[in-house]
Structure formats: C-alpha cells, structure tokens
Design a protein around this ligand. Structure first.
Ligand code: PLP
Length: 365
C-alpha cells in the first residue's frame, strides 16, 4: 500500500546503518537541521515550479535571504539592492556593512539598477515587482549589465510565481518567501532559493550553520498549499484586476498602482515579462482624502482584515507607512511615492462583488 501523499518525516535524527547516509544530492542525511525527506519534497516542488536545478527550503523568506547574503558576500564585496525591496532585505544588506560588505541601494528601475552595478559588484538582488508601489523591473535588462561585470543576479520572485521564470531570463538564482502566494493560506512561514548557476554547497552549509531549514510539518503545509497555487493565483489575479478597475473609477481615489491595468506605467513591462496576463493580488491606491481618508478606510473595512503580509486566500489591507515602509527614511519614501494616503490591498479568492462592496462602503462617497 502506497500513500497518495508524501508522508511527513517528523524526526530530528535518522538511524545510521554503518556508513553515514547520503541524501539524494550527496549531503549527510543524519540530522534534520541538515536534510529531511519532507523538506526535500518541498524543494523539488519549488525547483520544478521555477525550472531550477535544485532548491533549498528555509524557515522563512528572510532565512533564505540571510543564507544567500552569507554564502555570496564577504568583506570587500559589493551588493546592489533596489531601495524599494522588502524592508528587512534592505536593512539586512545595510547591516552587513559592519562585516565590510558594501551596499548600493538603487532606485527600482532597470536603468538605475544597471547604472549602480560596477566592476566590484558581486551580487544583485532584484524583486520582480516592488512593494508597495508595484513597479515592475525589467529583469533581463539588469541581467545583461550584470553579465558584463560577472555579478550574480538573484531574483526575489515572491510576487509573480507561475507567470514569470527568472532562471529562463538568465538569473543565477530565485528567492521566494513561500509564506506568500506559494503556501497561500496565511498559516505558515517558509522561504526557498532555487538554483540556476548558484552553487548549492555554500548555501547548504550556511543553512546548516544558522539552523534555518524549514520544519517538516511546515514544509508539508507549504507543499499542500502549492497544489492549488495555479488556481488560486489565477482567481486572485482576476479579482485584483476587478478591484483595481473599480478603484480607478472611484471619486475618493486619486491614484491606483496595479500592473494589470492597461494605463499603469508598468503594464507594458509586465506584459512582456509575464507568460500569462495574471498580475497577482496586490493593488495599492492613494486615498483622495489624504492620511485621514486612508486611515478611515482601513478602519471601516468589514470583510478585509487590516494585517501585514500578502498572497493568501483571504483579502487583507495594510498601511505601508506604518508597516512595509515604516523604517524607511522619509526622503526615500517620498522618492518612491510611498505617501501617507497610500493603502495596500492583498486581494484573495473571495467573491469579488462582496470585496468591491466592502471597499466601496469603506471609501464612502
Ligand atoms: N521577499 C518579499 C518580496 C517579501 O514580501 C517578504 C515578506 O513580506 C520577504 C521576502 C520575507 O519573507 P518572510 O516574511 O517569509 O521572511
């Protein structure tokens, strides 16, 4: 009798029959901080999703990014990161300064990032779609420039799973916060690095040193969530487009950011990069009533929860100046257009008419 689903190996240790056992990629399989069969199932699934050679799974997206930095950077090396990358990703890069790593923060456009890349750059960490103002980065353009100086390019593709494949575009690796669309249910944290040309052993050894491998039960939850990724992503992208279109027409809204909107300045880049016209669940907009309007809107929602994070089946709303961009210097916020009237929505898979009704009521007329 064979189970339909992979079993969960909830074990810290493995029995050793004489010689040290090896996992299918040659590493020791004796302790779950190093390798675990349930974690391997997740790694193979994420690797397939991105068309990679292999993958490593971590206890969060930040667990993955920490190992990426530690394995690729050392004193004297330089990393280029867009200034609108996930806040903790930017802060961690800046904090590596105390170990002698140089960080260049670039405006999130292909031109500005390419310009920041220099002869000494060893790593460029991109995000396909920025958060919260949803600028789409022309990843292949950045890769072209990075190739000229031999820098590795790793793309955090958390915002566009299934529709964009950075490795096909020539990236050396892909990062995911599995916590978001891939697990998809706002109930588990996880992260992954999918390998193109990146070497597995440095990443594997740093994961082992930091103890940042994902736990078997969490890995199983992510695998279970992944089974519906395609249908969830399609549904929530369609819902989000309908919400963005509704917001664009609303008199209490002064600006909408959503790359799925034809009039959005990033629509053409997204259409060119994405294999299908699905632009994800995150929509942000500026309330015509300023800060008071934005805060009032968040307080008046009934079906959409005010909460951080994104990519789950439930719709949630957040206030970037108090969450994603809270610790960002004010002049950087201003440059990026992260103002105090900006609201970010992560649209889920609910009935879209009910969502629009809630948004309309909370906006008021
Ligand atoms: N990358 C992106 C694009 C994110 O939005 C986040 C979290 O919001 C992370 C990485 C970090 O992931 P985690 O929260 O799973 O550590």
């Amino acid at each position: 009798m064979r189970p339909l689903h992979e079993p969960v190996y909830v074990t810290a240790v493995f029995r050793q029959a004489g010689e040290t056992e090896l996992s299918d990629r040659g590493f020791d399989l004796k302790y779950s901080r190093e390798e675990n069969p349930t974690v391997r199932v997740l790694e193979k699934s994420v690797s397939l999703l991105e068309g990679g050679r292999d993958a490593l799974a971590f206890n969060s997206g930040m667990g993955a990014i920490s190992c990426l930095y530690l394995s690729q950077l050392s004193a004297g090396s330089e990393v280029v990161v867009p200034m609108e990358a996930y806040g903790t990703t930017v802060q961690l890069a800046e904090e590596l300064g105390k170990f002698g790593v140089r960080v260049k923060l670039a405006y999130p456009s292909a031109e500005a990032i390419a310009e920041a890349i220099g002869e000494n750059t060893s790593l460029v960490l991109l995000e396909t779609v920025t958060n919260p103002t949803l600028k789409v980065i022309d990843v292949p353009e950045v890769i072209k420039r990075a190739r000229e100086v031999g820098a590795k390019v790793v793309v955090d593709n958390t915002f566009s799973p299934t529709v964009f494949h950075p490795l096909k575009a020539g990236a050396d690796g892909v990062v995911h916060s599995l916590t978001k669309y891939i697990a998809g249910h706002n109930d588990v944290l996880g992260g992954a690095i999918v390998l193109g040309s990146l070497d597995v052993s440095g990443l594997w050894h740093w994961r082992r040193r930091l103890g940042s491998i994902i736990q078997p039960l969490d890995a199983w939850l992510v695998v279970r969530g992944m089974k519906t990724l395609e249908v969830r992503f399609e549904r929530l992208s369609r819902n989000a487009l309908a919400v963005a279109e509704f917001l664009s027409e609303h008199p209490r809204v002064r600006e909408v950011h959503y790359p799925g909107l034809k009039e959005d300045p990033h629509h053409e880049t997204a259409r060119r990069l994405f294999e299908r016209p699905l632009y994800g669940g995150v929509v942000s907009f500026k309330h015509a009533g300023g800060k008071g309007g934005a805060v009032g809107f968040l307080r008046s929602l009934r079906k959409i929860f005010p909460s951080p994070s994104l990519g789950g089946v439930e719709s949630i709303a957040s206030y970037p100046v108090m969450s994603a961009a809270k610790t960002m210097p004010p002049e950087r916020r201003e440059l990026l257009g992260i103002t105090d009237d900006l609201v970010r929505l992560s649209i889920g898979i609910e009935d879209v008419d009910e969502l629009i009704e809630d948004i309309d009521r909370a906006l008021g007329r």
